[in-house]
Design a binder for this molecule. Structure first.
Ligand code: SAM
Length: 247
């Protein structure tokens, strides 16, 4: 049986090409839904607790809105808060994000460790983007909120990068859409290529677990297989979704 948290109004929270910051609900409602999702992750044994600093998150959101150049994004306000909160709670020493486009997905994760929303110090924060022009934009965007310049935004293919990586990844975020019609089916390759770096307890976050569930069928079957991963839960707060897996 698939473990899921489903917000009653998830379909209303839809990605809009022309609106990076849609306003669907009051801040109180957004906070309440994300708190419920975090509580479900605690109940599933994926997160240790639900507490994160709301004021730091607001500072992070404000800086990204003011300084990032975002042509479009599928990260809804609920998803932005959820990604930040998961990172703020788990505080991964090493966070790697694959397929970061203009950097908004990367900073939604890394913003818990750099910039005005920082609540801890990470060892390495790595964003991988295969398209050099997008990687350059992501690097400019991230630098605009990160005076420490400690995050690494690399114009690289995530597959060979993960293959060559010899360290431990505490949190791996997947958002790449492969070329030549592969789309999101590249997630399973990325996961298997990076598996050697995931320790027991590492988290893997996979964006688009709802709208791309078909393309992700093999990936979702793998992470939901209890003989391979400790636990996995589909978090449906919007029409995109996030599969949260603990190794
Ligand atoms: C659809 S975008 C993700 C957008 C993100 N969900 C957002 O809302 O900002 C996927 C990105 O993955 C990148 N990509 C595709 N294959 C990749 C790979 N093998 N390694 C790294 N990046 C890759 C693409 O160039 C593209 O910018």
């Amino acid at each position: 049986m698939t473990m899921e948290f489903v917000a009653a109004d998830w379909q209303k929270h839809a990605f809009k090409w022309d609106e990076p910051y849609p306003c669907y609900e009051t801040p109180e409602r957004e906070i309440a839904i994300v708190d419920q999702a975090l509580e479900a992750l605690v109940q599933a044994g994926i997160l240790p607790h639900t507490k994160y600093d709301g004021e730091r998150f607001a500072a992070h959101r404000g800086a990204v809105r003011e300084r990032f150049e975002i042509p479009w994004t599928a990260i809804t306000p609920r998803m932005q808060r959820l990604l930040y909160a998961i990172n703020a709670i788990v505080q991964p020493r090493v966070m790697v994000a694959v397929g970061i486009f203009c950097g908004n997905t990367f900073i939604s994760n890394a913003g818990a460790a750099i910039g005005p929303g920082a609540v801890y110090q990470a060892e390495r924060l790595v964003g991988l983007e295969i398209k050099p022009t997008e990687a350059a934009r992501a690097r400019r965007n991230v630098a605009s909120v990160d005076a420490s310049r400690s995050a690494e935004v690399l114009a690289e293919d995530g597959i060979p990068w993960l293959q060559a990586f010899a360290g431990t990844i505490d949190l791996l975020y997947l958002d790449a859409d492969g070329t030549q019609g592969r789309g999101k089916s590249i997630y399973l390759d990325l996961l298997e290529t990076g598996l050697h770096s995931l320790r027991t307890g590492s988290l893997v976050l996979a964006h688009n677990s709802v709208n791309c569930a078909g393309e992700l069928a093999d990936y979702l079957a793998a992470v939901r297989d209890p003989s391979r991963f400790h636990v996995s839960m589909n978090i449906v707060v919007d029409d995109q979704g996030l599969e949260v897996t603990r190794r």
